[in-house]
Design a protein around this ligand. Structure first.
Ligand SMILES: [Zn+2]
Length: 299
């Protein structure tokens, strides 16, 4: 198996890096991975991970809730209740960002299809790409969605979408610049690109350090803060138009982080710290655990 190691920063082309943190894969393997940071722009990158063809082994956990539908355990139950609420909130955000009530949407890394189903039920023409064949089968069976394998992204027609969404997906994609370039090609002139990713400059990331659940190594290859996300958009012909918070992520990530720390009263502490982190982000979206970035084409 060949490893994926980045020698050049995909955001600023910098070639000098410093060690940042060593994190454990708490979800699947228990292995440790180092995260390095770009000396020029501060972008953070997980080192020495499996390449695209072999990383699948690190996703094979019953705990990997974004691809499963179990509601076992308190954290999962909360996750499922919140998901239902968030689906409506995401749809409203898409409709506000595009000023459209219906249109053509592409959801990249669409998982089990809950979000695209919400959009389809509300009159949108939907296209989804997803790497996992199990998740694609689930979306077909549950919602009759014909989602495409990830590599089909590159074969879609120019300027065919009003909006492209990635909900906690970009941080998993090895070919980040190739994907960003393709999103620009696929969007119509007034199209919007909506990207939600964890924020390593958040209050909770700084508090939990190597236990911060949203480092999620080695599945998260890239670790963003608003400055680097804005810059990545700019090199691909996008202008950042707005930032939005994902309030529930503060709670969910804090609870998981407490669990990883093996804290006593993890749930209680997670909710308390999550609340603090969320309150901090109300007037400062750039401090939220996860941030939604809305981009428009600048050329
Ligand atoms: Zn850089």
């Amino acid at each position: 198996m060949s490893k994926f190691n980045v020698q050049q920063c995909p955001v600023c082309d910098g070639k000098a890096f410093s060690p940042f943190l060593t994190c454990t894969d708490f979800f699947v393997s228990g292995e440790q991975f180092s995260i390095k940071q770009c000396n020029s722009c501060g972008f953070k990158i997980t080192e020495n991970i499996e390449d695209e063809d072999n990383i699948g082994a690190y996703y094979q956990s019953e705990n990997y809730i974004s691809h499963s539908n179990t509601s076992k355990g308190v954290v999962n139950s909360i996750y499922h209740a919140v998901r239902k609420y968030m689906l409506g909130r995401k749809r409203i955000l898409v409709e506000k960002a595009t000023s459209l009530k219906t249109g053509q949407i592409l959801d990249v890394g669409t998982g089990t299809g809950f979000f695209l189903n919400e959009m389809k039920q509300n009159g949108w023409q939907v296209t989804g790409t997803e790497k996992s064949s199990d998740a694609r089968d689930f979306a077909k069976k549950e919602f009759n969605l014909d989602n495409l394998p990830s590599e089909k992204l590159f074969t879609l027609k120019d300027k065919s979408f009003d909006v492209i969404t990635l909900w906690h997906v970009l941080e998993h994609i090895h070919l980040i610049n190739e994907n960003m370039e393709t999103f620009h090609r696929l969007l119509k002139e007034k199209g919007k690109l909506i990207i939600a990713v964890p924020n390593h400059s958040s209050t909770d990331a700084k508090h939990y350090k190597e236990f911060w659940a949203a480092y999620d190594v080695p599945r998260h290859i890239w670790h963003f803060a608003p400055k680097q996300m804005k810059q990545l958009g700019e090199i691909h012909g996008f202008k950042l138009s707005s930032l939005h918070t994902m309030p529930f992520d503060s709670f969910y990530v804090a609870m998981l982080s407490e669990k990883y720390k093996k804290s006593k009263l993890a749930l209680f502490k997670g909710i308390s710290y999550g609340k603090l982190s969320w309150l901090n982000s109300i007037f400062h979206p750039a401090k939220c655990s996860s941030v939604i970035y809305v981009f428009e084409r600048s050329n």
